[in-house]
Design a protein around this ligand. Sequence first.
Ligand SMILES: [Cu+2]
Length: 365
Amino acid sequence: MKKVLLALPALAIALMAVFASTGQSAFAATTITVQSGTGEKGFAVNQFGPSVVYVQPGDSVKFTFPWFEPHSVTFGVLAGDPSVLVGGENPSWKGDGFISSGLIFGSPTGTDAYTVTFPEKGTYDYFCILHPLMTGEVVVRTPDLGTPDNQPSVDGRAAAQFTSSINALKAAASGMAAKPLAVAANPSGGRKYTLAISSATDLPQGDVQQFFPASVNIGVNDTIEWVSGVGTPHTVSIGNPGEIAKLIPPGGADAVVGIAAAVPKGNKFDGTGIVNSGVLGASFPNGTKFDLTFTKAGTYQYYCFLHLDQGMMAVVNVGTGAPLPPNTGDTAIAAPSGTNGLWLVFGAVGLALAATGTAFAASRR
Ligand SMILES: [Cu+2]
């Protein structure tokens, strides 16, 4: 009996010595935090940061969601609906089957997270169901094959990656803002101004969530044509967002992808009621272009129904006389009061369905 009591502390000391020599503890597996996207007003970085992390068998990776743009963390081959939680809250992943965080709507102050534990060595790829270019990798290996990550190292790489990406988005936005405003005679009378939604083409770093120019001066009976060159869905919407939300067909919030267009007769807007383009963008049902002729003088704020929570708004000033010179500055515009929370969720789910494509949408019906 006495021998056993003596032997146990000796074993513990021996184990401690072993773990001390490797710098690791088998009793306290590490959790490394990875950020699922980031952003600032007008810019959504759709990347995991950092995109690759190195851990040991038994460690976990905690994914946080620090920006408004919704994302999923999804491993494996889809065999169901990745927009909802699959595999439980804190799954283990060995590379077989399919697990998903579901869509998580983040914010800079939010605490939502998704933690996955990796019991076995391997290289495990994952992705976001909304953003085809948003992928990451967890490399699970023993220390003899490479030093595992620590959080400061991970945070440093994430910060460098995100800084580089947001700078790329800002450079794209500056390029868009610097373009001369396209104006042409309209065959049906007046002028036609062509405005851009987001960047000219899809960017690997994320999405520019702005209209270009952010403010434009036109005359009565002039037309604005908005053009989207990106695969991220956006709308051109005018009026009370609560009214726009009524255009979402029955079938739950995720039916927002089928949101009806609400366009005044002849695409002529007299300043009353609402306008909704429907979902615009590459491969979306309402196409890449939307035009509206303004028949009454006034100042009209418009916005993207899907991204108003990210500040995606702009303004058209319709003057009575000759149009003022076009101005391209980033005008500070207050969000309409009212139903932000409601259509933030609708918008986020809309993004989800739109970006996962028709196959997924069809499978849900
Ligand atoms: Cu948008």
